[in-house]
Each structure stands twice: as structure tokens, then as C-alpha cells.
Design a protein around this ligand. Structure first.
Ligand code: ATR
Length: 271
């Protein structure tokens, strides 16, 4: 945790904007990272309702000690039109979760959810090039992950979702952005894929249904989560029982924290 008594007139400031905000874990994680690196930076929570987002963001442009901010639910889409420039990934996914502010007050939006997930897998030694992946979900998180998996060079991507029209929409968007990738809408059956990913919110609440048919898992498959709490979701528990290697949700957050810190620092303009 950053020692707040060390905050001075030189400290660079960051924020996370969300509504609600009480549950976010980014301030603790990011301030721990700044502190461990001996960096004079601090991140604070900004609780902002959707109706106030444009006004707040406009005001942030004028804060010269602010280098960037993180944006999360429910603002990830609304933030797009409030930025001056966007990364290719943010345009493709249709959402941004990190905004960097340059010295002249210009705002650049990026999305690092998917990249964080892919980095977490890579750090664990799980390579994606040429692999076949089954992704459950077609919501905000699954969208970001699907584009990042495609960019990471997977050869085959199956997307399955309760509302299959949303899966089809995502498949169509991925297919047009990555024409060489085999991408199809799937069923609840994750068989015959190297990697099985839960990109839904199922597993967060006790009693949630499983995101796919776990009776079809086999021990050669790797099963990965985006859910952080609990660390071992019912999906991962079922996968472990079968003998699969499992990959928990936490590395996605930890990798994303590092990517966000780097992205926000990269736009810093020395006074
Ligand atoms: P996030 O930003 O966390 O991805 P989201 O955009 O609301 O949140 O997406 C939630 C995902 O979990 C969706 O894929 C959703 O399926 P639908 O598109 O059919 O809504 C999935 N999901 C949530 N609750 C579910 C449930 N009870 N059964 C199956 N899928 C569920």
C-alpha cells in the first residue's frame, strides 16, 4: 500500500472511475505496485454516475498532475466518445478501460482486459499460437478476450453463449477482423479444444450454473477462468477432478495492473 503521508505536490495522480465502486480491487493492487517499485504515483477511486461521466471526464483534461484513469462498469462503452483517440483494440472491441492523458489534456482510450488475460496465460507458460480455444460468453469481458485471443494467433476459436445471437455477432466481427482465423458459434460442448475459457459471469455467485458441459472435458485440456472470487470456481473444480490443468482468474488482473501502469506512465510528460 502506498504510504499516503508521502504524497506530495510532485506525486502523479491516477483514478479509477466506476459506479458502484466499493468492490473494486484496482486501487489496492495498483498502489501496491507503485509502492513496490518506489514510484511517486497514487491511484484513487472516483465514484461517478453515468449521467455525470462526460462532465467529470471533461474536467479531468485540465488536471495537470493526472496522467490517466481506469474506467470500469458501467462506463466502458460511454467513454469511447469522450476520448480524442482510441487504440485499434478499443475500436474493435467497442470499449475502453484505460485512458491516458497527455500533457496537453488529450485523452487516449485503450482496452487491456483481453491483453491482460493473454499475458496471464503466457506468464504461466500457456502458448496460444495455433491452438484451438473454446470461449464461453459474448458479453463485455468475452468480447475483449475473443479479440485478444485472435490477435495472439489462435488457429480455431469457438464462441458459445446463452444468447446465441450475441455469439453470432461476435463471431462475425472477429471473422471480418481476422479472416485467417476459423471462428464459429458453439454449443455447450467444449470437447476437442486445447483451451477452454470461461468468459461469462457464471461462477461469481454461489449456485450459478456451469458455463459449459463439464462432462465433456478431458484431461489434456487446459481450463481457464476470468472469475477471481472464488479462486477455484465450480468449473475449475470440475476440471481438476477430470485431471485438466487449470488457470485461475487472478493472473488476468495482476497482468492487467502492470499493463495499465505501463500504459498510463507512457503518456507522462515531464514538467
Ligand atoms: P461482463 O462485462 O462481465 O462480460 P456482461 O457483458 O453482462 O458482463 O456479460 C455477461 C456474460 O455472462 C454474457 O455472456 C451472459 O450471457 P448472455 O449474453 O446470454 O446474457 C453470461 N451469463 C450471465 N448470466 C448467465 C446465466 N445465468 N446463464 C448463462 N450465461 C450467463
Amino acid at each position: 500500500m502506498t504510504d499516503i503521508t508521502q504524497i506530495s505536490g510532485n506525486t502523479r495522480v491516477y483514478a479509477i472511475i466506476a459506479d458502484p465502486i466499493h468492490h473494486v480491487q484496482t486501487p489496492q493492487a495498483m498502489n501496491a505496485l507503485f509502492s513496490a517499485r518506489g514510484e511517486d504515483r497514487v491511484l484513487v477511486p472516483f465514484h461517478v454516475a453515468p449521467a455525470d461521466l462526460a462532465g467529470v471526464v471533461s474536467g479531468l483534461r485540465g488536471i495537470q498532475s493526472l496522467d490517466g484513469f481506469i474506467v470500469t462498469v458501467p462506463h466502458k462503452t460511454a467513454i469511447l466518445e469522450l476520448c480524442d483517440t482510441l487504440s485499434d483494440a478499443a475500436v474493435l472491441v467497442g470499449a475502453a478501460n484505460v485512458v491516458t492523458r497527455s500533457g496537453d489534456g488529450k485523452l487516449h482510450g485503450e482496452i487491456l482486459d483481453g491483453e491482460g488475460f493473454v499475458s496471464g496465460l503466457r506468464q504461466a507458460g500457456i502458448e496460444l499460437e495455433g491452438r484451438s480455444v473454446y470461449l464461453a460468453g459474448a458479453g463485455g469481458a468475452a468480447n475483449a478476450i475473443a479479440f485478444a485471443l485472435a490477435a495472439a494467433g489462435v488457429a480455431w476459436l469457438t464462441i458459445a453463449n446463452r444468447t446465441s445471437a450475441k455469439a453470432q455477432l461476435l463471431v462475425d466481427r472477429i471473422a471480418s477482423a481476422f479472416p485467417e482465423l476459423q471462428v464459429v458459434v458453439g454449443t455447450s460442448d467444449p470437447a476437442d479444444h486445447d483451451l477452454v475459457v470461461n468468459g461469462t459471469s457464471l461462477g461469481l455467485k454461489e449456485g450459478d450454473a456451469l458455463p459449459c458441459d463439464v462432462t465433456r472435458l478431458t484431461s489434456q485440456q487446459i481450463v481457464a477462468e476470468i472469475i477471481m472470487q472464488p479462486a477455484i470456481t465450480p468449473l475449475l473444480a470440475a476440471a481438476q477432478k477430470v485431471g485438466c490443468r487449470v488457470h485461475e482468474g487472478l493472473p488476468m488482473l495482476l497482468c492487467q495492473i502492470e499493463l495499465m501502469a505501463a500504459a498510463m506512465a507512457s503518456r507522462r510528460v515531464e514538467p
